[in-house]
Write a protein that binds this ligand. Structure first.
Ligand code: FPP
Length: 255
């Protein structure tokens, strides 16, 4: 509570443009209640809805959540199957509400391994909400940061192979333009719930300068207060992007 805004219950002094979240702890939440793991994922969907609403309220431009990693296929077959069903029902249930709230929804990751019906629903939801502007809500599904960088490199490789450009013309900016979230600002704040302090192959390139926030709270328990806490922590940090604090303070005074 050392942050003065937090003590006076004020909104945070600076709001991130883009928040990225690893939603961890659904399984443990269910286990503590002697429920099957899928009950934790269902409760997790409610938390997602709550955070989307919060982002709209705070005027956050982009929210990206990690729903299914390239490694999650290693989970028991029945949990994977139930998760796919849950994605499908959540999509069917939520898309209209997202649209009414001016939310653009998109999925990043290799969706070719998903059931055909799910792939179709994702494409429909993306088309339906494409022109919405209040919030860009991205679901990373069968996504991995290494996969993302690899597919961006492959695109550049093809252009070099065809003679369209030389290898020396490859720049960070060009590589970045082939990544999944190329058109969004890089995440300002990364949140991981559930107690682990790892990036777990999430947005590896995009998190280079992101403020990292870890909490023990399990994802289904991550409510309004928890999100506010994370935003206040973000607001209390000084982002230097490689500069000294004196340089940053001087620039802030000049604004
Ligand atoms: C991690 O908890 C959670 C997942 C791998 C799945 C996340 C999915 C949802 C929250 C629901 C669907 C979301 C959308 C956007 C439709 P865990 O199972 O690893 O928990 P544990 O570490 O306690 O076992």
């Amino acid at each position: 509570m050392s942050d003065p805004d937090r003590a006076t219950n004020q909104p945070p002094a600076s709001i991130p443009r883009h928040v990225a979240i690893i939603m961890d702890g659904n399984g443990r939440w269910a286990k503590r209640r002697h429920l099957p793991r899928i009950a934790g994922h269902r409760a997790g969907v409610k938390s997602v809805r709550r955070v989307v609403e919060q982002c709209i309220g705070y005027g956050i431009e982009a929210l990206t959540v990690f729903a299914f990693s390239t490694e999650n296929w290693r989970r028991p077959q029945d949990e994977v199957g139930l998760l796919m069903e849950l994605f499908l029902t959540a999509l069917e249930k939520e898309v209209k509400k997202l649209h009414q709230n001016d939310v653009r929804m998109q999925v990043i990751g290799d969706r070719s391994r998903f059931p055909t019906k799910l792939q179709e629903r994702i494409a429909e939801a993306e088309r339906y909400t494409a022109s919405n502007r209040a919030l860009t809500f991205t679901i990373a599904a069968n996504y991995g940061g290494r996969w993302d960088i690899t597919q961006a490199v492959r695109k550049l490789g093809r252009r070099i192979e065809s003679g369209e450009m030389s290898a020396d013309a490859v720049t960070e900016q060009l590589l970045q333009s082939g990544l999944a979230l190329a058109e969004l600002p890089e995440p300002d704040l990364f949140i991981r719930t559930g107690g682990e302090q790892r990036i777990s192959n999430f947005l590896l390139w995009q998190l280079a300068y992101t403020e990292l926030y870890f909490t023990d709270t399990l994802w289904p328990d991550f409510g309004k207060e928890s999100f506010a806490e994370a935003l206040h922590s973000f607001a209390s940090r000084q982002r230097r992007f490689g500069r000294t604090s004196e340089q940053v303070e001087e620039q802030e005074r000049a604004l």
